[in-house]
Design a protein around this ligand. Structure first.
Ligand SMILES: CC(C)(COP(=O)(O)OP(=O)(O)OC[C@H]1O[C@@H](n2cnc3c(N)ncnc32)[C@H](O)[C@@H]1OP(=O)(O)O)[C@@H](O)C(=O)NCCC(=O)NCCS
Length: 163
């Protein structure tokens, strides 16, 4: 049994431990990290999963400009290894996306495995005109358009926006 909560300052140390355990040092060198450096995640869309009193999952969303369109960047998403394959990741994704839609956001982008994120509506076809600030496997550069065509014709760099 898990509970989803808004991320708060007090969760930061446990989130860092979970991200270190999930991605190791390489997380600091990921292309998407360039879009997060010095920025703050959107508080009411970034969630933690709590299980038996401990933080067992995290998802964060960040505002970006995709070409000239506002979009959200999702990530990192991570679940404590002891809690994987029990739907925690799916619960975090569903709630974060539900809230983003409710806020009137039109699209979310991320870099990740389509085999996992496809189930939440993500595909690589809407990101073909967009460029991240570093190398990326384009098959893993995915978008979910809440509003059909939200990213149609979006071209250019993806850049951070202040939260
Ligand atoms: C990816 C992650 C967040 C999924 O969390 P979770 O709570 O285990 O996810 P869920 O329980 O909702 O879903 C589990 C299912 O997703 C599958 N899955 C997990 N990671 C996957 C991946 N990278 N590609 C394809 N399928 C994946 C599992 O095999 C499982 O499949 P099943 O439903 O057929 O058994 C978790 O494995 C994790 O933290 N991994 C390390 C960090 C990471 O890779 N983050 C994502 C960046 S792409």
């Amino acid at each position: 049994m898990i509970t989803l909560k808004n991320e708060r300052d007090e969760h930061a140390p446990a989130i860092e431990r979970l991200l270190d355990a999930s991605f190791s040092e390489s997380r600091w060198h990921k292309t998407c990290q360039r879009l997060r450096e010095g920025q703050a995640p959107i508080r009411n869309l970034s969630l933690v999963a709590l299980g038996r009193g401990a933080l067992v999952g995290t998802v964060r969303l960040w505002p970006v400009l995709a070409g000239r369109r506002r979009a959200l960047l999702l990530g990192p998403l991570a679940v404590d290894p002891a809690w994987r394959d029990q739907g925690v990741g799916a619960a975090l994704m569903a709630e974060a996306l539900r809230r983003a839609k409710g806020e009137g956001e039109k699209s979310v982008i991320l870099v990740g495995d389509e085999e996992y994120y496809g189930r939440f509506g993500f595909a690589p076809n809407a990101t073909t005109g967009l460029y991240l600030p570093g190398p990326v496997d384009r098959a893993r550069f995915l978008a979910n358009e809440f509003v059909p065509g939200a990213l149609t014709g979006a071209e250019g760099d993806v850049r951070p926006l202040a939260a």
